[in-house]
Every structure is written in C-alpha cells, then in structure tokens.
Design a binder for this molecule. Structure first.
Ligand code: MET
Ligand SMILES: [Zn+2]
Length: 373
C-alpha cells in the first residue's frame, strides 16, 4: 500500500498527458516539461480512431482499468448513503478520492475513472450549490485523478501508461433509485430530454483535461443514442467509450437489444471502445462474443463481483457463479479470446481484483512496456 503525506501541495499540469507524439515519454517526473505534449484535446478523426489502439500497444496489448470506486471509498470509511453516492466525497473528502485512485494505480491500473459517476450539476444544485460551484466540482473530479497520476509517477518513477477517464453515469444513476439497473425511465423521458440533462456535464468533462470520457452502466438504447448525438452535436474532441450493463447476459438491463446498443456505439466516431460494466462475470463471455459481431472497436469489460444490487434496500445481495477475485484467474483468458482487450472491475471489486487482473494480463502481454521495464 502506498504511504502518502496528506495535505502536501502537489503541482501538476492539466495539459500533461501520458504520452507524446504517440510515444511514451522517458520520464513523467514533475517539473520536467515535455516539449511536444501529447494531448487528446482536439484530436482529428484519424487520431481518434488510433488513439486506443496506440495506447493498447503501449500497454502490451491489454490494458487494466480500476475497480469499484465507491466500494473502495467505503472501505476507507466514507458513508455514501446519499443521492450523490461516491461523488459526495468530492465535497466532503477529496483526499479519500485521491487515495482510492492511488490504491488502484498501485494495483496496476492503466486507466483510472474519475469520481464523477453520480456527479451532476442537477444533483449538486439540489444540495444547495450554485451552478458555478457544481461545475467546479465536476472539474475537480478530473483534477484529483490527474493529481493522483502525478503523485504516482513521481513517487514510483513509473513509466506505466496511465489515462484518466471522466466517468459519466446514466440519468438513472442521478435519480439514485436503482433505475440505472432497470433502464425504465417512463414515457416522459426521451432522447431529447436526456440530451438536455447530460449536455453541460459532457461539455465540462470534455474540457477538463481528462483523456477520454467513460459513459458507464448505460441501461437502455435511448441513453446510448442521446450520448452519441451529444458527442456529435457538441463537436466533442476527446474520445469516449460506451459501456452497457446487462442482467440476463443477452440484452442491456432495460431489455433493449445489446446488439442495437453496441451498434449505436460503433457508429459514433468519438467512440473508441464499446463494452460492458457492472454486470456479473458469468455473463461476460457471451456478451463480448455478441458485441464482437457488431463492432471492430476494442472491447472494454469491467464486471461487478457477481452480487446483485437491491435498489430498495440499497444492499448488495450474494449470488452464485464466478465472483470477484476468481474471475481474474479463471475467466480473463476466455474473455480475451472472445475479443476483449481492456479489463477492470466494477461495484464490489477491489484493488485485489485489479492486482490479480494485472498479473494475469502481464503474463499474457507481448511487450514489457506494461510495467516499469
Ligand atoms: C454503478 S456502476 C459504478 C461505476 C463507477 N465507475 C464506480 O465504480 O463507482
Ligand atoms: Zn458498478
């Protein structure tokens, strides 16, 4: 486990990214300035299409994501029983947010996701924050992740490529009533209303210094459509991934067709990976195989522990099948065969899950660049 001094002022540059000109820099130690800083801001469509394949190559063919963010915050003592869920810590305990990013970097993550999953302007305003304060909190989620990456690089002189993905949870996540797992928004919610709901948050996170946007736990087709249209209409210049969740191993949680949802992602030029998260490990193989039929884009998967969330009691209920740390050992090979290349964990997974995934993948990797070679 990393030992860090709390409260130290860390300098970091928002414009300094993990690699430059498609090549990872020799060192990431602040304050060395990179001459031609690689930034995902303003990528042309050609660069967007090769963005993730270049990154995967630098990682040795496969990349490791982080694991359950809220889960790890709770392990550090955070009380997340709040409509903002993990985003509450952006207000009450940013040091814990940084700590959790560092735990996952220490476990081997190549991509860390910001604490903005349930952070929305509307949600912060409901807590009494002004619109400007709400926007600042969104930006802060990215700043903390970038800061954690800087600390990690400085502390370990690490050269492992690391990207910061700005997390965007669904409208259902904002409702905080478990409807991100039903995808049932009722007739009043349309592609248009969802675009209105998400527009400003997407704009802010796209300009926050994050390397990409992770649209996570997408529960239905209209939300996928809304995201795709927004990325287009707003001329968003950073890449994104679309990740869906499923509770039957065939469709997304609303019952909409996974193939149709994945096709929407495939047609969107900003989307550099399509995948599945917060879904039991036992469903992953079949879902990856079917997504592979509709896209050639990299496939990202980060299952949950296999337990099921009960939105009423706000508890996770145990279930059978492959769980948590086991999946790294017994399932990753199969998931690679089926076509996935980015792996992490979602709810109820921990840094131990990520450590196990990282170990399994580094044994598979064709290159030694993955760690501090
Ligand atoms: C309900 S899925 C949550 C995904 C988010 N990245 C988290 O781990 O907190
Ligand atoms: Zn989850």
């Amino acid at each position: 486990m990393l030992q860090l001094q709390e409260g130290g002022h860390i300098h970091y540059s928002r414009s300094r990214f993990g690699y430059k000109n498609g090549k990872y820099a020799e060192t990431f130690c602040y304050p060395i300035q990179l001459q031609h800083t690689y930034s995902t801001m303003g990528l042309g469509s050609k660069e967007t299409s090769s963005f993730l394949s270049d990154f995967l190559e630098k990682c040795g063919g496969y990349a490791v994501l982080d694991g359950g963010f809220a889960t790890e915050l709770e392990r550090h003592g955070a009380d997340l029983n709040d409509p903002l869920w993990s985003a509450k810590c952006l207000i009450t305990s940013p040091h814990l947010v940084r700590r959790v990013h560092l735990d996952y970097l220490d476990a081997g993550a190549n991509i860390i996701l910001t604490a903005s999953y349930q952070a929305t302007i509307q949600g912060f305003e409901a807590k009494g924050f002004s619109k400007e304060e709400a926007k600042d909190l969104l930006r802060k989620s990215v700043e903390i992740a970038i800061e954690a990456r800087e600390i990690y690089y400085d502390k370990f002189q690490s050269r492992r490529p690391v990207l910061v993905a700005a997390s965007i949870g669904s409208y259902g996540a904002y409702l905080a009533d478990g409807s991100e797992y039903s995808g049932n928004y009722g007739d009043a919610i349309t592609v248009e209303t969802l675009k209105v709901f998400h527009r400003e948050r997407v704009q802010i996170l796209a300009n926050s210094g994050a390397d990409l946007i992770a649209f996570e736990t997408i529960p239905n087709k209209i939300e996928a459509k809304a995201y795709a249209e927004l990325l287009d209409e707003e001329g968003i210049e950073i890449p994104a991934w679309f990740s869906f969740s499923s509770k039957d191993g065939i469709n997304v949680v609303s019952g909409d067709s996974m193939l149709e949802c994945a096709s929407i992602a495939d047609s969107c030029k900003n989307v550099v990976a399509v995948g599945i998260n917060c879904t039991p490990p036992r469903f992953i193989y079949g879902l990856v195989s079917s997504i592979r039929n509709v896209t050639n884009k990299p496939i990202v998967i980060y299952p949950n522990s296999g337990e099921t969330y009960d939105g009423q009691t706000k508890q996770w209920v145990k279930s059978t099948g492959v769980v948590n740390e086991e999946f790294a050992d017994i399932a990753i090979d199969k998931w690679c065969e089926a076509g996935a290349s980015l792996f992490g964990g979602c709810c109820r997974t921990t840094p131990n899950t990520i450590r196990a995934i990282s170990k399994t993948l580094s044994n598979k990797s064709s290159s030694t660049v993955n760690d501090d070679a």
